[in-house]
Design a protein around this ligand. Sequence first.
Ligand SMILES: *Cc1c(COP(=O)(O)O)cnc(C)c1O
Length: 516
Amino acid sequence: MNQQGRPSRARFVTQQTPQTFTSNRALEISEALIFETGREDFTGVDLDAPEAFTPRLGGLERQSALGLPGLSEPEAMRHYVRLSQKNYSIDAGPYPLGSCTMKHNPRLNEKMARLPGFSDIHPLQPISTVQGALELMQELADWLLALTNMQAVALSPKAGAHGEMCGMMTIKAAIAAKGEAVTRKVVLAPESAHGTNPATAAALGFSVRAVPAGPDGLVHPEAVAAALGPDVAAIMLTNPNTCGLFERDIVEIARLVHEAGAYFYCDGANFNAIVGKVRPGDLGVDAMHINLHKTFSTPHGGGGPGAGPVVLSQRLAAFAPVPFLKRDGEALGLVEHTKGTRSFGRMTAFHGQMGMFVRSLAYILSHGADGLAKASEDAVLAANYLRVGLSDLMSSPFGDKLCMHEALFDDTWLKDTGLTTLDFAKAMIDEGYHPMTIYFPLVVHGAMLIEPTESESRVSLELFLATMRDLAMRALRGDKERFLGAPYFAPRKRLDETGAARKPVLRWRPPAPVEE
Ligand SMILES: *Cc1c(COP(=O)(O)O)cnc(C)c1O
């Protein structure tokens, strides 16, 4: 045991690993902060000192040094390349982070996004010079509408949470237009909802009323009916839900919500399970965001920006944000101003994440309608393969019911081991896997939410299963050492994540000089 009472790595690692002089371990390079490596009085470029001049800033000029680290180009290059190598990514290995749909981004998408006609244009260019880009946006919009059977789409939101905000602002505008802004102040959300749902509602001034799920993990119409009233503006429901289950009674729930004069917002983050199989518009959904960075494979998780287009039903279409595309004869134009429309306003400076639009459309066109449906089927198949492959060792909260694109386990099976979900996840890091989502959804104790996506091959799924089974058997056998000190092989071990979120230290200060 070391000072913190954790088993030491040396006891787990059979062969003693020698400490290196550099702290590097072969290709695992110990990298200092750029401020520690760089020198303030140094610069990577060779410029002559400026001639004496009189500043024209009227006394507002900076009096002290900027405090930026100076590095040469190779030093800066190495620093960032080394940092990038510490980043686990879907390109490096399986990333079964439930609810996040970490799927492969085909390189064809990247090639398309880099075409100069898409990558070198500017949002303020004359509209006649970007007709191709607008056509691409229109074609993507047409696909999203066809796949969801909805009436309008707002392309500009830049993430799922941003899309939720957009959809709920549309609903708020529709309610205001009916003169009910003062009376309808409540949003319903199931207890299993992603945190962004209640956060979005609260940020828009709604209060949130929780709807309990049944023992089968599903939201039941009776529970929705009991929570509905003339004060309810909308329900925010995820389908498939965050337990990886398809909401069986969703059509009836939509009917009840509409009957009560409220709107149905669907969190579409889990769309990857049902693309090409189910159209949310057929279920009675009024608004739904689509995470292009999940379902349509554009990079995320450190790899790129998100994009969260929102599809809208006929009842909400008129309130969509500007800008939106409008065909004018042969040409496409953008409606940029709300004047003369019922639009609630604007979400972003320009039109959204153009690069993500290109990648998504490349993904959609290369799959085709049949390929998209097949991808959903494969995502569901892969999740069930893992679910069944682990079900004799690990416990599932909702029995052996078929799941959609992600398999959910709880920590009942760890009860007598003295180990927690966190210990188990940390041991996965030693095995070279990004852990699954843990402790979410909150309604399941010690939740482990595994989403392999359709990207993983049978071989990859088998290896993952074998690894998980080996770890699970060690846990059940009482090999606590394997877990309590994990991760043994990562440069950082168990971080104070709460402290980092609540009291972040965002500024580096030089350490006080040490007297020799
Ligand atoms: C990912 C996710 C969101 C939020 O999407 P972001 O793009 O991360 O903002 C919302 N709800 C669910 C269920 C999600 O999985």
